[in-house]
Design a binder for this molecule. Structure first.
Ligand code: SF4
Length: 465
């Protein structure tokens, strides 16, 4: 069978394409390996020649295996996952579906219907040994705004999806075409991830110039200098937690448990413990977790979440033991009961939900205090603000507006703090801020996320100390 594009890099057929001599490799393949690690280049590689695609992909994965926990690994795997999704949306066909089936079984529901009887209450799928309520199919179609056409066996995909939130009947997970593309791309990403980690010990001490070149250029290309260094240096400071987190920690009733424990506490405690930095919200930034960090998540953060779940009424994990898996999934360990440091990265590490989302989904958790409602002012265009301040300073004519700007360049402040520090009346400060704001130099800020609350309060408390 001939397919135009590669969708299963682990098929037997692809193995035959991979016999190469590293010492005599075509440099264009090395360049391709490097460039494809960056998602921004994806558009160029939707229609790659199969052999070039396979060789450049495996060269990249092998080079990344030297540092399997580096941020480049996650960035490159994300790029490949998105490339596959794009490729499937452009090139999906019967041949491509057959190729996908060499990785996992995929059922096209219509192929298994004996005879479609629209008036019967269920769709009979004897080829799959199951019957599907027609009402569910209709409901799913309305919810997902597309026909549910495919099914996969849940055990084939449980590591890459949150199965507690999927529609599963008799062990099959039902999907629209777009959901299939998404899930399938995640399965391939996971296989690539396993390949990188499985290879890592064998790649230790392998110093081939091709691998060295790819790994150093990929690092530069993905600008890992924007990497966030881990700044957590000690224990969580509970007295600085926002009200929503304190409520969740105390245990909540059944209606709020899921949101409070799985979504809020899991994400909040893990980021607050390891990376209390607003940079985690910056899509361009990436970060590295060391083995020690991963162990902190497992030894300190997970037990704290489980304890909070046990304080719920009724106890969360006793009633829904499967939710423990979900906690680990949301922390980035995939779906596993016995996580190890090596499992980290199998799923996405979720960021804490925003205050708006919390108020929408679990309103009882959000009881804003004075710090939540506090408005601060901060610089929004640092370059221009510095220019304005420097010009005024050079002429030795720092008017009040420039003095406010100079103060805010150091860090954000409330209006009252600005007035106090500059020895001005509060009423004088308001119009100054208004003018600076109209000129788009400064802007108002409110707490928009519980993690931001914690970070700002931590900073404020260390300034006082
Ligand atoms: S405003 Fe935000 S930080 Fe404050 S309690 Fe509500 S959700 Fe938590």
């Amino acid at each position: 069978m001939i397919t135009m594009v590669l969708v299963n890099p682990f098929s037997e057929r692809v193995k035959d394409l991979l016999t190469i001599d590293l010492n005599d490799i075509d440099q264009s393949l090395v360049r391709l390996s490097i460039a494809r690690s960056n998602e921004k280049n994806n558009d160029k590689y939707v229609d790659l020649d199969e052999r070039d695609d396979a060789i450049s992909l495996f060269l990249l994965l092998q080079s990344l295996a030297q540092h399997p926990h580096a941020p480049e690994v996650y960035a490159a795997l994300n790029a490949y996952e998105h490339l596959l999704k794009e490729r499937l949306s452009w090139h999906f066909s019967d041949d491509v579906l057959e190729e996908m089936r060499t990785l996992i079984p995929i059922y096209y529901i219509k192929d298994h219907m004996v005879a479609d009887r629209p008036l019967s209450k269920a769709v009979d799928l004897p080829g799959m040994g199951t019957i599907l309520p027609r009402e569910d199919l209709f409901r799913l179609k309305t919810m997902r705004r597309s026909e549910v056409e495919y099914a996969v066996v849940w055990t084939d995909v449980y590591e890459v999806t949150d199965i507690t939130r999927q529609y599963i009947v008799d062990g099959y997970l039902y999907l629209t075409k777009w959901e299939l593309f998404d899930l399938y791309s995640k399965v391939v990403r996971k296989r690539c991830y396993d390949y990188v980690h499985g290879l890592s010990t064998r790649m230790e001490g392998v110093n081939h110039p091709v691998y060295e070149k790819i790994s150093s250029k990929v690092k530069a290309l993905l600008k890992t200098e924007t990497r966030i260094e881990r700044t957590a240096s000690g224990d969580l400071e509970e007295e600085l937690f926002p009200p929503c987190v304190r409520i969740a920690l105390g245990g909540v009733s059944s209606g709020q448990r899921n949101y409070a424990i799985t979504f809020l506490l899991t994400s909040f405690l893990s980021y607050a413990r390891l990376i209390p930095s607003t940079k985690v919200f910056d899509r361009e930034s990436s970060f590295t977790l060391s083995q020690e960090d991963v162990q902190i998540l497992l030894d300190e953060v997970v037990p704290e979440i489980i304890e909070a779940g046990d304080r719920c009424d009724p106890p969360f994990f006793k009633e829904q033991p499967l939710e423990k898996l979900n906690i680990l999934y949301h922390l980035g360990f995939g779906m596993t009961e016995t996580p190890t440091a090596a499992d980290y990265g199998k799923s996405k590490w979720y960021l804490p939900p925003s205050c708006t989302k919390i108020a929408e989904n679990a309103p009882q958790l959000c009881e804003p205090d004075a710090f939540c409602s506090q408005v601060t002012w901060g610089v929004i265009d640092r370059e221009r603000a510095e220019e304005v301040v420097n010009k005024a300073a050079a002429k030795e004519r720092m008017a009040e507006g420039e003095q406010v700007l100079a103060l805010l360049l150091k860090r954000s402040r409330t209006r009252d703090a600005i007035a106090e520090e500059l020895g001005l009346d509060k009423k004088q400060v308001a119009p100054l801020l208004q003018t600076l704001s109209k000129n788009k130099l400064v802007g108002r800020r409110k707490i928009t996320n519980p993690l931001i609350y914690y970070i700002r309060k931590k900073r404020a408390s260390s300034r006082k100390a």
